[in-house]
Design a binder for this molecule. Structure first.
Ligand SMILES: Nc1ncnc2c1ncn2[C@@H]1O[C@H](COP(=O)(O)OP(=O)(O)OP(=O)(O)O)[C@@H](O)[C@H]1O
Ligand SMILES: [Mg+2]
Length: 320
């Protein structure tokens, strides 16, 4: 059985134009050679700082951004080109949720219309069936039937994100790409939205690609995590690999940036942060090439890989 979705050596470069003739003079290498494999029913995290290319990967997978190089396979069939995408049922099966649901909802339309839209585009449901499905979906994210007759501005931010989640799964997609779905919400509301996402996963066996700049947020959600640095992966591993045995200096720095809730650990955490900051520069040749990009990933174990110059040397010199 092929993996549900495979992304091979994906590159997305944006042209930079300048000068009088507006010629293309250079490129932003927003995504520069990444590989991903999605299995059914699992959650994948994509974590890195602002501008590292996370959203670009999401948009390239869903087809909102054109691919410079590389391919995407869906159930073993290539879907990287527009025509190939149309022939498969890929478009129904991959959906996206954005940071701010408000911006993807038409403010003049009621929730009933917003929820019915994907159903109308892709199914032959009658209006009565659409409504029943909308009620069922809203119920899963803890909203009542009355919500159907309200407008987006009548909901709180957390409620709107829940509606966004419900709409994204309306067609029973195989993969939902969630781009910072809770970043704009308060901590307590974040947990609530994440719980609903988990419940939906248990019910529909959907896979998630969960994008965040914060390793703390994805910790309890993700089975596997990619750490992204300037368009490339610095490290890839399962939850245990990344949180308990991080190897790349950049991963360590992201981990040390997670706010410490327990006041007893704050001092130790601060010392750790200073230690990593001090080590960052002196060890950079192991982790970054002369252009400041991370090396290709090298396997440490069947589940864990790290981008270092020389794996043997890295192993010998060990951790710090
Ligand atoms: N349409 C575009 N044209 C040119 N450059 C772009 C375009 N979209 C994104 N970029 C650049 O590509 C890089 C990656 O952007 P992207 O939005 O994928 O980052 P991100 O990791 O999602 O960041 P954030 O956490 O801030 O959302 C950035 O340097 C950005 O400036
Ligand atoms: Mg983004």
């Amino acid at each position: 059985m092929p993996n549900l979705i495979e992304v091979k050596d994906l590159k997305v470069h944006y042209p930079i134009r300048s000068g009088f003739f507006n010629r293309v003079t250079d490129h932003v290498r927003a995504v520069d050679g990444v590989n991903l494999e999605f299995e059914q029913g699992k959650t994948y995290g994509l974590v890195g700082e602002s501008g590292s290319g996370k959203s670009t990967i999401g948009k390239a997978i869903i087809g909102l951004e054109s691919i410079t190089e590389g391919s995407i396979f869906y159930n073993g069939d290539e879907v990287s080109k527009q025509a190939q995408k149309r022939r498969s049922n890929y478009r129904e099966n991959v959906q996206m949720i954005f940071q701010d649901a408000m911006s993807s909802f038409n403010p003049k339309r009621r929730i009933l219309d917003i929820m019915s839209e994907p159903l109308r585009n892709f199914t032959n449901m009658t209006p009565e069936e659409e409504k029943r499905r909308a009620i069922e979906l809203l119920e899963i994210v803890g909203l009542s039937e009355e919500s159907l007759y309200k407008y987006p501005h009548q909901f709180s931010g957390g409620q709107r994100q829940r509606i966004g989640v419900a709409r994204a799964v309306a067609l029973n997609p195989k993969l939902v790409i969630a781009d910072e779905p809770v970043s704009a919400l308060d901590l307590s509301v974040q947990a609530q939205v994440l719980n609903f996402m988990k419940q939906i996963q248990d019910e529909y066996n959907v896979s998630y690609l969960f994008i965040s700049h914060d390793l703390g947020v994805v910790k309890h959600m993700c089975d596997e995590i990619a750490i992204m640095y300037r368009g490339r992966f610095a490290e890839y591993g399962n939850r245990q690999d990344i949180y308990e045995n991080p190897q790349h200096i950049y991963t360590k720095r992201l981990l040390s940036a997670i706010p410490e809730v327990n006041p007893n650990n704050r001092e130790a955490n601060k010392r750790r942060r200073q230690e990593i900051a001090a080590h960052y520069d002196e060890s950079s040749q192991h982790y970054f090439d002369t252009n400041g990009r991370v090396y290709d990933l090298k396997p440490l174990s069947p589940t864990h890989s790290v981008a270092v110059a020389d794996l043997d040397k890295f192993r010998q010199e060990g951790d710090f």
